[in-house]
Design a binder for this molecule. Structure first.
Ligand code: SF4
Length: 386
């Protein structure tokens, strides 16, 4: 159905559509809303637990995954008359971009969302996005980044460690979910206070030992003492994500002051050690697109790629809870330029833009294609509604 030729040589038409959706979001026709409501029952259309997961997870044609913002969760930038529409016909969902578009399949939430376990509400511990469950072992965060909703939804006064038994129980439930079983795990969400790094090391040990055979990634600030690379390697950690967020020091000082104060050297030095220990392809780092000049983001991509780390580009999405709520997301043209030039940098250094799991690219500027352009699934695909 995608008919228009891409205006960017690196992008197929459905890939271009993804970038347009990330930039502008979409409206939802009454027919599509009815089909979504029928599919989700009492759950919402989206987990909407984090700035970049606020939209609907869709698989477009050509195995292109997108987290498409909707006005319901992002009234701060998705227009009520958004040009791109999610519609439905007798064959299922359709994304109509006026003269071009794609058939689409919708990825519903896991059935356990909104439920409770032996340690209270399960969503206090975990959320599933497509095929990955994210575990947040901490309430609030010891740091403040102005693009992130966590310190605003849960201010530092609410800071608390969550019981490890509750974390393990919630992971088990997410992995066994009848509607949307998670296939792999990301431990993320919140930086501990220095006195609590031991709790995190213990949590990492326990999760890895509890889930042999399940890929477990860890996304964390490399605080002194929080990572024992030898122990993580022996425990079978799948990948580490050490996020730079923004590369410009001037911009980092404005929007991620704690990370700025730690210094870029802390992050890059740890990435070097982690790549040396775990090998290429197992250490990634996220940069946000749209919060700093394009040249700075690309300098960050170069810095990561030349170290053998995997750059992950995450389009900035203003969260209504944060001070950056009125900063517009990057335009299609910005996204297309960053993608095209970042691909060239990655190729030059023999790395790929991450993540490698196709459904997990729903909120990143990447498509999980191999060097031949094929999309390869690492796990059984998520349950989809057409
Ligand atoms: S360190 Fe991570 S969790 Fe904490 S505010 Fe920054 S981005 Fe959010």
């Amino acid at each position: 159905m995608a008919t228009r030729t891409s205006i960017v040589s690196d992008l197929a038409p459905t890939q271009e559509l993804k970038l347009r959706l990330l930039a502008e979001g979409m409206s939802v026709t009454a027919r599509a809303a009815k089909r979504l409501d029928d599919a989700v029952r009492e759950l919402g259309w989206s987990a909407a637990d984090y700035a970049s997961t606020s939209g609907l997870i869709l698989r477009l044609e050509d195995d292109v995954w997108v987290n498409a913002p909707v006005r319901r969760n992002n009234p701060n930038f998705v227009r009520s008359d958004a040009v791109i529409k999610l519609d439905a016909d007798s064959g299922g969902f359709v994304v109509d971009a006026g003269g071009s578009g794609s058939r689409a399949a919708y990825c519903p939430q896991a059935a356990y969302h909104g439920g409770a376990g032996g340690h209270g509400p399960l969503n206090n511990f975990v959320f599933t996005h497509a095929d990955r469950v994210r575990l947040s072992p901490l309430r609030s965060c010891a740091m403040v980044c102005e693009f992130c909703n966590i310190p605003y939804d849960d201010p530092i006064g609410t800071y608390a460690l969550k019981p490890i038994e509750g974390c393990l129980e919630a992971l088990d439930i997410a992995l066994a979910d009848q509607a949307q079983p998670a296939r792999h795990v990301l431990i993320s969400g919140g930086t501990p206070k220095p006195k609590d790094v031991g709790f995190h090391r213990e949590l990492f040990r326990r999760v890895l030992a509890h889930l042999p055979g399940v890929d477990v990634d860890i996304m964390m600030v490399p605080l002194r003492g929080v990572f024992d690379l030898g122990e993580l390697e022996a425990g079978g950690v799948h990948e580490l994500s050490i996020n730079l967020e923004v590369y410009s020091r001037e911009r980092a000082k404005q929007v991620a002051r704690h990370k700025f104060n730690q210094g870029l050297g802390l992050y890059l030095g740890f990435i070097d050690r982690a790549v040396a220990r775990l090998g290429p392809g197992r250490v990634r780092s996220m940069l946000m697109v749209g919060l700093e000049p394009v040249e700075d983001t690309l300098a960050g991509v170069e810095e990561l790629a030349r170290r053998g780390a995997t750059p992950v580009l995450s389009p900035f999405r203003p969260d209504p809870a944060t001070p950056l709520r009125d900063v517009p997301p990057p335009t299609f043209a910005e996204l297309a330029e960053v993608y095209s030039r970042a691909m060239e940098i990655a190729r030059r250094h023999g790395v790929s833009l991450g993540p490698a799991c196709p459904p997990c690219t729903h909120n990143t500027l990447s498509f999980a294609q191999d060097s031949a352009g094929a999309v390869r699934y690492l796990y059984p695909g998520p349950v989809l509604v057409r």
